[in-house]
Design a protein around this ligand. Structure first.
Ligand code: NDP
Length: 397
């Protein structure tokens, strides 16, 4: 039995806490800490058993170090924002504590998605005998594990990967993002990069799209090619890949709003002077957009996220699709959050469970595809994200 410190009481944090609380034989003691303690207390009230809560500014490693020293967790689950990753990793190193997150570090002043900064911690974590697990959400996270599972059981060699993330949900609001608006808009307005013949190729954001018909009657959606962080680690860890791309669905309405916001300068991440003080337009925009956590009660429809993978098995060409379909309303009924938070929070809990039960152990910094996919895939089926493998002609690609 173990104890965890969960940092971040947003949409994803809510799901992680609910899910950990339901597995008391692994997560015996839980502390939820975040910038706004009242949010932690509100989540704590919904749970079947008591947990600790704390106020924490995780940008300050000294505060995190002090909290770790007083609560003594075996593992820190970071579901705050990507800006805090390095500061929390520093506190873990200082206190000798394992680390897990769901999104790679980003500096505040550039929308740059790179593992470089966190991979640089490899030797320091290894030297202390600690483990850091990076990107244990759905994408990155489950999509990395799907790739590892395919190459373990279905393909001797993988040559093409298309990750397709469809949100067939509708929240009923004119414009809102499904997770933190600042992080979401930085991601979708960044130039696209996809991997082809050994290198990443940059194209303008949202310049390539196609139609995708999801399985299980989720519907047909327009999907746009964009850069996503798991492409960096997956192409490194599966060097036989000749092409790797990431696609996400966006409604015309979402893109129309985004275009206008961009044209008028509201998605800028550099500071501008306003009434004698500096403000960052995108941070101001976040303050006036709906909080993704409030979208749960009104969001209907399903998500469909999965990997289409091409390669060979015993010298023969083979194509498989591994995917999960998740229902927004069912997620809300279970844990009080919509499916985007749910599909991120459940894998974070499972990654933590893998580490705490010793199924995934190692010294240093790891991406998800570097570990044995089988126990993780089993746990997805048991904890609310069942998956399906489709082969051959039925694959909608
Ligand atoms: P939210 O904005 O809803 O929640 C973030 C939480 O972190 C808030 O409670 C916020 O506090 C808290 N926080 C922010 N800064 C600090 C700080 N300095 N110290 C302590 N707490 C802080 O975001 P989400 O829950 O939607 O997303 C959480 C993470 O999950 C993000 O990193 C996101 O990128 C990642 N993600 C990963 C996905 C994946 O599939 N891999 C998919 C979706 C999200 P406050 O309430 O005071 O603002």
């Amino acid at each position: 039995m173990s104890s965890v410190l969960i940092i971040g009481a947003g949409g994803v944090g809510q799901v992680v806490v609910h899910k950990c609380a339901r597995v008391p034989d692994v997560f015996e003691r839980i502390c939820l800490a975040s910038r706004t303690k009242s949010k932690c207390d509100a989540i704590a009230k919904q749970l079947p058993r008591p947990i600790d809560t704390a106020q924490l500014d995780a940008d300050d490693p000294a505060q995190t170090t002090a909290l770790i020293r007083s609560f003594k967790p075996d593992l820190v689950i970071n579901v705050a924002l990507p800006y805090q990753d390095l500061a929390i990793m520093d506190a873990c190193l200082e206190t000798g504590t394992d680390y897990l997150d769901t999104a790679n570090y980003e500096p505040r002043d550039t929308a740059k998605f790179e593992y470089r900064w966190q991979w640089d911690y490899q030797e320091r974590f290894a030297h202390k005998g600690l483990m850091a697990l990076l990107g244990s959400g759905f994408d990155p996270g489950v999509t990395n594990v799907f790739t590892a599972y395919a190459t373990k059981h279905y393909l001797n060699e993988i040559s093409e990967l298309d990750i397709v993330d469809v949100n067939g949900g509708d929240h009923g609001r004119p414009f809102a993002t499904n997770f933190n608006p600042e992080i979401n808009i930085r991601e979708v307005t960044a130039p696209c990069r996809h991997f082809e013949n050994g290198q990443f190729i940059e194209t303008p954001a949202m310049s390539e799209h196609r139609s995708f018909t999801c399985p299980d009657n989720v519907g047909t959606y327009r999907i746009y090619r964009m850069y996503h962080e798991e492409l960096e680690s997956i192409t490194k860890n599966f060097p036989t890949l000749r092409r790797a791309q990431f696609w996400m669905s966006f409604s015309d309405n979402y893109l129309k709003h985004l275009e206008v916001l961009r044209n008028v300068g509201m998605t800028r991440i550099d500071p501008v002077m306003y009434q004698g003080r500096e403000i960052v337009p995108l941070q101001f925009l976040k303050a006036v957009l709906p909080d993704p956590g409030e979208l749960g009660p009104t969001t209907k429809g399903r998500t469909c996220i999965g990997n289409i993978m091409v390669g060979t098995k015993d010298g023969q060409p083979r194509r498989i699709y591994i995917y999960n379909v998740c229902d927004h309303e069912a997620c809300y009924a279970e844990v009080g959050s919509q499916a985007i938070s749910y599909t991120t929070g459940v894998p974070a809990m499972i990654g933590a469970m893998m580490m705490l039960t010793g199924k995934w152990r190692g010294k240093g910094v790891f991406n998800m595809e570097q570990l044995d996919p089988d126990p993780f895939m089993d746990a997805l089926n048991r904890h609310g994200l069942p998956w399906t493998v489709m082969e051959g002609e039925g694959i909608p690609w």
